[in-house]
Design a binder for this molecule. Sequence first.
Ligand SMILES: CC(=O)N[C@H]1[C@@H](OP(=O)(O)OP(=O)(O)OC[C@H]2O[C@@H](n3ccc(=O)[nH]c3=O)[C@H](O)[C@@H]2O)O[C@H](CO)[C@@H](O)[C@@H]1O
Ligand SMILES: C=C(OP(=O)(O)O)C(=O)O
Length: 442
Amino acid sequence: MAKLLTIHGGKPLTGEVTVRGAKNLVPKAMVAALLGNSPSVLRNIPEIKDVDVVSSLLEIHGVSVEWDKETGRITMDPAGVKSALTAEIDAHAGDSRIPILFCGPLMHAIGEAFIPDLGGCKIGDRPIDYHLAVLRNFGAVVDKRPGGISISAPKGLHGAKLELPYPSVGATEQVLLTAVKAEGITELKGAAVEPEIHDLIAVLQKMGAIITVQTDRTIRIEGVSEMRGYNHIALPDRNESASWASAALATRGDIYVRGAEQRDLTAFLNTYRKIGGEFDVVDDGIRFWHAGGDLNPLVLETDVHPGFMTDWQQPLVVALTQAKGVSIVHETVYENRFGFTDALVRMGASIQLHRECLGSVPCRFGQRNFLHSAVISGPTPLHGVEFDIPDLRGGFSHLIAALTAEGTSTATGLEIINRGYEHFMAKLEGLGADVELTERDR
Ligand SMILES: CC(=O)N[C@H]1[C@@H](OP(=O)(O)OP(=O)(O)OC[C@H]2O[C@@H](n3ccc(=O)[nH]c3=O)[C@H](O)[C@@H]2O)O[C@H](CO)[C@@H](O)[C@@H]1O
Ligand SMILES: C=C(OP(=O)(O)O)C(=O)O
């Protein structure tokens, strides 16, 4: 049986939601537990699919995992770490990108790893060439196999001088998780410096790592031979916070996001203010609301941190369909992140996609055949349609658009939302959304 969500739109979302630990940190901090010689405790854990995936992958590798879902506390004991069968790994890898980050910690713990083909959102080609290049530089031997890669370090892992062609979040984490216990010093230039990376560095430092972050995207890591377990509170999910903020704006609502952290949302809050959204930062969260009247159109470019995060783009585009005038959005992180606009156009939005770079942020996609700039004219009334959720943020955007629209929409593929939004249905209902989940034959 498949689940069908029926949405009766046209009602502002109002009320309160709580965000817990970040999807883009929690699973990685869990992988780091493999590096310790004693148990680790991670708190503020959200109930999302990527945490299930990493829990299972740790367990089949001999790590004992105790997850108290009520308190959001997870305890991981790596004392029994061991190899797992390829078929078991395949069965548990799920639709996540995290398995690639097991390379370094598993090679340190047991000398080898099998990494299945990755999942994650279909928003571009998402190659792993940077990951494999840095791992080879540490001395790893990579064997590509059908369905994944086998990786080992017959001569050990050694610190290296590395430079990323683009500040990839995942490849930077790959370097951190491998270099902390590699022999000698690693210097990484062109590193990503997202808040989730700083939080992973905080975790690794608690475990005994020696890591220096310089102001020019250079990270220096002095390898250590032993690391211990950690006790850490995961930073809150800034992408979920920004999603609910966009939902408040698009539906002309008022949402208090308990747990939202101003420090990690600077670029988002500046943009929110320019579009005409109101927010108020208080001690334990941020209230976001539509102030009435018209929203302002914007020129917006996504970028690596400290720029406007790509994962904020899709939900905010829905609010831009309601702004008075022409907005331009230039996506510079992923080559194919505007596919979700098809459904918005079917709902009545006016959005044209372009291959040219409509902006000035250096972009790898300009001379290639990618529709990576969008021109949005508004305000356009939206009406209900049927849609299938394509990816995490695109799906959230479709759902907010359906809640903004007059009339009834139906959505399938809701399970994708559970990858990054915990207790999603309960939160929507708590905000007064008129939604109903039913089962139907496929
Ligand atoms: C689980 C997680 O944390 N996901 C986040 C992470 O994804 P993820 O770590 O996969 O994203 P990256 O920062 O690595 O990707 C950025 C760009 O680099 C390219 N690239 C990356 C690696 C590589 O080996 N080769 C290559 O060409 C990608 O195709 C993309 O165009 O950062 C992204 C950018 O902030 C976010 O959108 C994702 O939500
Ligand atoms: C792109 C995203 O996630 P992932 O890298 O896990 O696919 C996202 O969270 O928007």
